[in-house]
Design a protein around this ligand. Structure first.
Ligand SMILES: NC(=O)c1ccc[n+]([C@@H]2O[C@H](COP(=O)([O-])OP(=O)(O)OC[C@H]3O[C@@H](n4cnc5c(N)ncnc54)[C@H](OP(=O)(O)O)[C@@H]3O)[C@@H](O)[C@H]2O)c1
Length: 235
């Protein structure tokens, strides 16, 4: 297991005012992003520590509706230690949860919304909906970014206007693919899990091929046979 202050030091950015999109994923050594449809079988307690630290360091956690549904997300609530650390740093006690969905078929009565310590955000585009369905608008701030597809730059404008500069995306692959295609990803934290999972699962990214985006290795942490890789976008 890692020392908490060491993890904070390893993953902190120099300037929180500069907008920064960090993605956090886990994959098996043979490239699977899930096993039996979930990422849980790939991770362990050390990976969970990194996962929790990255949440603690963020202003907003951005997640695709597919991952929210598949991974059965609950409300985004950090524990008391994390809240105390954030308040000491002058941050809001809890980060905001932001969900990306085109179809907006989200369960507005779920605890993701009803127990959220901060009103969640929902990003969508105008292909299926002209405005936000009333039930969803009652429990979340719905932002329409783009006419027929997600306007990533528009989404950043909304986040920055709200002072949410430190963005953590926990995927999933389709969301990550569209963020990477827009060359919006500044950092990828990738845990390599020491298992072979076979060929059934997808990768951590989906969608079409984009240009090669060079990344620079910032660090490698090890936890037994598990590797925690931190890559920064070389611009
Ligand atoms: N290994 C890991 O670290 C990791 C992390 C996360 C997820 N996963 C795995 O990934 C799988 C889920 O994959 P996924 O690709 O379905 O996940 P996803 O990207 O979270 O979800 C896709 C859905 O999110 C919405 N969405 C994503 N990008 C969008 C965009 N650019 N514009 C509009 N809507 C967008 C759409 O929602 P609507 O359908 O509501 O329109 C879309 O159907 C699961 O097996 C999960 O376990 C693995």
């Amino acid at each position: 297991m890692f020392d908490r202050s060491e993890l904070i030091r390893r993953y902190s950015v120099n300037e929180r005012e500069t907008p920064h999109l960090r993605a956090n994923f886990i994959a098996s050594v043979d490239g699977a992003a899930s096993f039996a449809g979930l990422s849980g079988p790939l991770n362990n307690a050390a990976d969970k520590q990194v996962f929790d630290t990255l949440r603690m360091l963020s202003d907003v956690v951005l997640v695709g509706a597919g991952t929210l549904r598949t991974e059965d997300y609950g409300p985004l609530i950090l524990d008391d230690d994390a809240v105390a650390w954030r308040v000491e740093q002058g941050l809001a006690p809890q980060p905001v949860l932001a969900i990306v969905s085109a179809r907006l078929e989200l369960d507005h009565s779920s605890e993701v919304f009803s127990r959220a310590p901060v009103r969640p955000l929902v990003f969508t585009h105008g292909r299926f909906h002209q405005g936000a369905p009333a039930e969803l608008a009652a429990v979340a701030d719905v932002e329409i970014c783009g006419e027929h597809s997600l306007d990533v730059a528009g989404m950043w404008t909304v986040l920055n206007r709200r002072g949410l500069t430190q963005v953590l995306t926990e995927g999933g692959p389709r969301l990550f693919g569209s963020l990477a295609a827009a060359d919006a990803v500044d950092e990828l934290c990738l845990t390599l899990s020491p298992v072979l999972a076979g060929g059934g699962a997808g990768r951590i990214t989906a969608g079409s091929e984009h240009g090669l985006h060079a990344m620079r290795l910032a660090h490698v942490l090890t936890a037994g046979d598990m590797l925690m890789l931190r890559y920064m976008r070389s611009r």
